[in-house]
Ligand binder design. Structure first.
Ligand SMILES: Nc1ncnc2c1ncn2[C@@H]1O[C@H](COP(=O)(O)OP(=O)(O)OP(=O)(O)O)[C@@H](O)[C@H]1O
Length: 379
């Protein structure tokens, strides 16, 4: 069976005043029917640009796409004529964004908008579209769906608006749903309810879902497989259990270690990934994470690192597990050694803010030295 979505070597670049920057750099992954694939990573790592590239929502004049985005057996979305792409969006491709107001028109009632979406993308007549819209709102468990049909977006709460957007994304029975931080703007209780709703709805359709979030707790709750992105690249790709039980990339370890859990009730004791994601103008030549990595050695900085199959002793048989780190197999041993020596390891990351703040200085110095060397090379 072919994948529902096959993204192959996607590269998205922007022409900016300071030259061309590549926000998504050779990203490949696939989504099967019925599967939820999570994309996780810190702010600025390219999650949204990946989604917006698949949907072709970026400014056409300043954006260049390379690679392939093959949908349902071969349609390359990157080469689809504009009018066909418009038909795909909201039809076979459903979208849910962080801010529900970006998907809703403030001057039309909820009913008008749902009916319009259904009439554009299906053969339903007005009466059938009305019934279907109410049915979809009921499915999202919004209170009093018939009343909501007559209301305008500003008359609803944030959680209710997001339920409407979910109803809108699902009403035309899309094959693929792209959800970009759909719960981030909501309070914790509403967030939990919306996640529960999404988890429930996925069992009612065989659509594939691409779920973008910076929150590993959300990943654990809703995703089957996960890709972790860092500075425009995939740095780890595996199923959700493997990611949480045997993470292989130091960045993933850092993200997991710095995520509060039920056991860690004091977030001050959580380790910190030092520094910040470099800007797209400062992309390091070798491993892009090296400047922030407690395990980086000179070899990490000498050449670009490929995404490859993880072959550690703890690798789970039969589970695809890819990692972009030349030391991934050594790291469990290095951490065990640290622990044997009595150090508080926290997967190699410091829990002390002062200690963690030393590293960005080192990172910045290194990035600057690399930039200088690259400039010299170009002369
Ligand atoms: N139109 C644009 N022109 C130039 N750079 C852009 C443009 N859009 C995004 N970027 C840059 O691309 C990089 C990736 O951005 P993206 O929004 O995909 O990150 P993200 O991982 O989704 O982060 P967040 O969680 O904050 O949304 C960032 O450095 C961002 O500044």
């Amino acid at each position: 069976m072919s994948n529902l979505l096959e993204v192959a070597d996607l590269r998205t670049s922007f022409a900016t005043e300071d030259g061309v920057v590549t926000a998504v750099d050779g990203v490949s992954f696939s989504v099967e029917r019925g599967e939820v694939l999570g994309i996780v990573g810190e702010s600025g790592c390219g999650k949204s640009v990946t989604a917006e590239s698949i949907m072709r929502l970026l400014d056409e004049d300043s954006t260049t796409y390379e690679g392939e985005v093959l949908f349902d057996g071969g349609t390359d979305l990157l080469n689809l004529p504009d009018d066909e792409m418009r038909r795909f969006r909201g039809g076979r491709l459903g979208m849910i964004f962080q801010d529900p107001m970006s998907s809703l028109n403030p001057v039309y009632t909820i009913g008008n908008q749902l009916i319009e979406a259904l009439r554009t993308h299906t053969d339903l007549d007005k009466k059938a579209a009305y019934s279907r819209a109410v049915e979809m709102l009921t499915l999202t468990r919004i209170p009093d769906p018939e009343l909501r049909m007559k209301q305008y977006p500003h008359q609803l709460s944030g959680g209710q608006r997001q339920r409407v957007v979910i109803a809108m994304a699902l009403c035309c029975e899309p094959d693929l749903i792209i959800a970009d931080e759909p719960t981030t703007a909501l309070d914790v209780t509403t967030q939990a309810k919306i996640l529960e709703l999404m988890a429930d709805l996925r069992h009612k359709s065989d659509a594939g879902t691409l779920f973008i979030t910076h929150d590993l707790g959300v990943v654990a709750e809703i995703c089957d497989r996960v890709i972790v992105m860092y500075l425009g690249q995939v740095i780890e790709d595996t199923d959700v259990h493997t990611l949480f039980n045997t993470p292989a990339h130091p960045y993933t370890r850092g993200l997991l270690a710095s995520t509060p859990s039920v056991e860690t009730d004091n977030s001050q004791d959580l380790p910190i990934i030092p520094g910040a994601v470099p800007t797209l103008k400062q992309v390091p030549y070798g491993c892009r994470f090296a400047a922030r990595c407690p395990f980086a050695i000179e070899a990490c900085r000498e050449a670009p690192v490929e995404l490859r199959e993880y072959a550690g002793e703890d690798a789970v048989e039969g589970v695809g597990h890819k990692v972009r780190c030349i030391r991934a197999e050594e790291i469990p041993g290095l951490i065990a050694e640290q622990e044997r020596r009595g150090g508080e390891s926290a997967d190699g990351f410091a829990t002390d803010i002062a200690e963690a703040e030393e590293a960005p200085t080192e990172a910045a110095e290194h990035a600057e030295a690399e930039m200088k060397a690259a400039e010299e090379d170009q002369k």
